[in-house]
Design a protein around this ligand. Structure first.
Ligand code: SAH
Length: 251
């Protein structure tokens, strides 16, 4: 039997360690306040800007996390319908990547909006002159996300129409308010859906997990001439961007 060399074992365990810390920065009930969660994300260097910290501080994650869950734990949590609310470090990572495209007055699209948490953060950043649109294909989740947002600091933005949550197939984007400065996709696509690239403004940025078992978070920037540049940010693990039927039968 071939035994793994020390070098390979060391490499393997460092990769494993890297994957572990990528997936969870803290666990358990050590954090019981939204502000403490934001400070923790700042300590780990995931939140790097005041603007992202301020948005995540204003939108209390506990209003979006499942009842009775450890709302501030750094872990994805089931929200029903084979979907999850993403871990705080993933929400923070995506907000950081999109920060420059979430300025007051800008248009943002959140595909696979689930609980509505990130759509609410987007709305907070683009403000009443901007547009934050969430799209999810599970009507019950959209209904729940509207209730969550109503309870949150982004509630008034839902009322005035600058934040809206819709039922739809997010692979088609949401043409009504295109082109978008920022598009976020909260589920992993086998490949980048063309309508999302088409609905991106020149200068706009799309953040999307791509892959099946092995997934990477891709950052797609549209240049002024309409061409796109795609970069890989990190390895990730998301539920699939798929049809409603496939999701409801467990993919
Ligand atoms: N970002 C959200 C939810 C992430 S889970 C949050 O953190 O709360 C991924 C979401 O994508 C699920 O809610 C799922 O219903 C949705 N989804 C998957 N495929 C979709 C599609 N084709 N169109 C719209 N939503 C989709």
């Amino acid at each position: 039997m071939k035994v793994m060399s020390w070098n390979r074992a060391l490499l393997f365990s460092s990769i494993l360690f890297y994957v572990c810390i990528q997936q969870q920065f803290w666990a358990g009930s050590s954090i019981s306040k939204n502000k403490a969660m934001v400070e923790q994300l700042q300590r780990y260097g995931i939140i790097q800007s005041k603007k992202v910290a301020e948005a995540m501080e204003s939108v209390d994650r506990a209003l979006f996390a499942p009842d009775g869950s450890l709302a501030y734990e750094d872990s994805p949590m089931p929200i029903g319908f084979n979907a999850t609310i993403s871990a705080p470090h993933m929400h923070a990572t995506c907000l950081q990547l999109l920060e420059n495209n979430l300025q007051p007055g800008m248009h943002a699209l959140d595909v696979g909006s689930g609980t509505g948490y990130l759509t609410a953060c987007f709305a907070h950043l683009v403000g009443p002159q901007g547009r934050a649109i969430g799209v999810d294909h599970i009507p019950e989740l959209v209904e729940m996300s509207i209730k969550n947002v109503e309870k949150s600091a982004a509630g008034p933005l839902l009322k005035d129409g600058s934040l809206a949550l819709h039922v739809g197939d997010g692979r088609e984007g949401w043409p009504e308010f295109a082109p978008y400065d920022a598009i976020h996709v909260g589920a992993a696509a086998p490949e980048i859906p063309k309508p999302l690239i088409d609905q991106l403004k020149p200068g706009g940025r799309l953040v999307i997990p791509v892959g099946n078992t092995f997934q990477e978070l891709k950052v797609v920037d549209k240049n002024e001439d309409g061409s796109v540049k795609v970069c890989t940010e990190t390895s990730v693990r998301y539920v699939p961007l798929t049809s409603r039927e496939a999701q409801l039968r467990g993919y």
